[in-house]
Design a protein around this ligand. Sequence first.
Ligand SMILES: Cc1cc2nc3c(=O)[nH]c(=O)nc-3n(C[C@H](O)[C@H](O)[C@H](O)COP(=O)(O)OP(=O)(O)OC[C@H]3O[C@@H](n4cnc5c(N)ncnc54)[C@H](O)[C@@H]3O)c2cc1C
Length: 371
Amino acid sequence: MSSTPAPVVVVGGGIIGISTARHLAVAGAEVTLITEGEPTSNASGRSLSWLNSAGLRSEEYHRLRLAGIDRYRTLAARQAGVDWLRFDGGLAWSALGDADGLRRQHEHELALGYDSHLLDPGRVAATVPGVDPAAVPPTGAVWNPGEGWVDLPSLAQFLLKDLVEHGGRLVTHAGPAEVVTAGDAVAGVRTAAGERHPAEAVVLATGPAVPAMASRLGVAIPDATPISLLVTTAPVDTPLRAVLNTPRASLRPTPHGGLAVDSDWTTASIRPAGGGFDVPAEIVTELLEEASKLLAGHPRLVADRYAIGPKPIPGDGDPVLGRADEVGGLFLGFTHSGATLALIAGELLAHEITTGTPHPMLAPFNPRRFR
Ligand SMILES: Cc1cc2nc3c(=O)[nH]c(=O)nc-3n(C[C@H](O)[C@H](O)[C@H](O)COP(=O)(O)OP(=O)(O)OC[C@H]3O[C@@H](n4cnc5c(N)ncnc54)[C@H](O)[C@@H]3O)c2cc1C
C-alpha cells in the first residue's frame, strides 16, 4: 500500500532537486519545487557533466552510477537527436609516469564489465577523432566508449516542463528558504519573503548549502566542497565528440559548438571577490592553452564565459541520498557527480518518499552512515 506523504516540498533548483521534483510529480505526489534564484543557477549551471563510472570506487557506488547512465541512455533513445545529451565516449590518461595507475584503472574497469580499452598513442587518432596523438603519453590512454556528457541547463528545462505537465509547482526567486519543523518532524518550508509552504516531506537539495541547512536541523553532514572553475569556449572547428580527461585539462563539446573545460589545478588560484569568486585572466588563458594542446591542429580556444563557485562534495566523497533519521519527513540529496546521478537519484528519492520504503540501492548512501 502506498503511504504517499502529501504535500512534498523540494528545496533547491539544481539538477538533483529538479529531477527529484519531476520524479515525485510523475509518481503522483503533490510537489512544489522552491529555489533561491533561477533553476540551475549554481553548480548545475557550470558543470563538466561527464557521464561516467570510470576509475576506482565501491561496488555499490559503481552500480548506482551505472544505473544513472542507464536512465540517460533511455532518455537519449526516447529523445533521439537532441544536442544536449551525447554518448560519444570518454578518453582518459594520467600523469606521465603513472603507467601502473592507468593499467590498474583499466583492469578494475574490465573486471566490472565496464567497457574499457587501453590504447597506445598510435591508436588514439583512429579511435577518437579530434585528439592530437602526440599529446597522449607513451603509456597510452583508457578509452571508455559507453561514456557521454549532458548539458544540465537543457536537461533541467526538459524535466521542469515534465514537472509542470504533471501538476508540480515551481517557485523561483524565493531567496534562501528554510525548513520549518514542528516537534521532531518537518512542517514545511518558509521562503525569504516569509511565504509558507506546508509539507509532510521536505527534500533538501540545495547543493553546497545542504550541510549548513541540515546542521541547523540537527543533522551533521561532513562537507568537502571545493570551489571550482568552468570555462566555456566560443565555437571551435574540431571533430572532437568525446569527453577528454587528462592531468592538465578535462573537456567536452557543448551544444553550441564550443567546449566546456575544467581542471582541478585551477582551484588554487581562485580568490574571493565581490561576494563571489574570481580567478586571474592568465589562469583562464592557461587552461584553454592546455586544452588546445590536446586537440589535433591545436585550434585557438577563446573563452566565451567562465563561472566559478562551489562544487558540492560530501566529506567522504560518496553521495548523501535518503531520509534523515533525526527529523521526520526530511530527505537529503547532496552529492558529487550529480550530473551522472541526477536521473537515478531523483528517481530513487521519489521512490522512498512516495512508497515510504527505503530503496536498497540507497542504503549505503543514507545520511545515517555518519552517525
Ligand atoms: C566544475 C564542475 C565540474 C563537474 N563535473 C562533473 C562531471 O564531470 N560529472 C558529474 O557527474 N558531475 C560533475 N559535477 C558535479 C555536478 O555538476 C553537481 O554534482 C550537480 O550539478 C549538483 O547539483 P545540485 O542540484 O546538488 O546542486 P546545485 O546545482 O548547486 O543546486 C542547488 C540549488 O539550490 C539553490 N539553493 C541553495 N540554497 C537554497 C535555499 N536556502 N533556498 C532555496 N534554494 C536554495 C541554489 O540556488 C541552487 O539552484 C561537476 C560540478 C562542477 C561545478
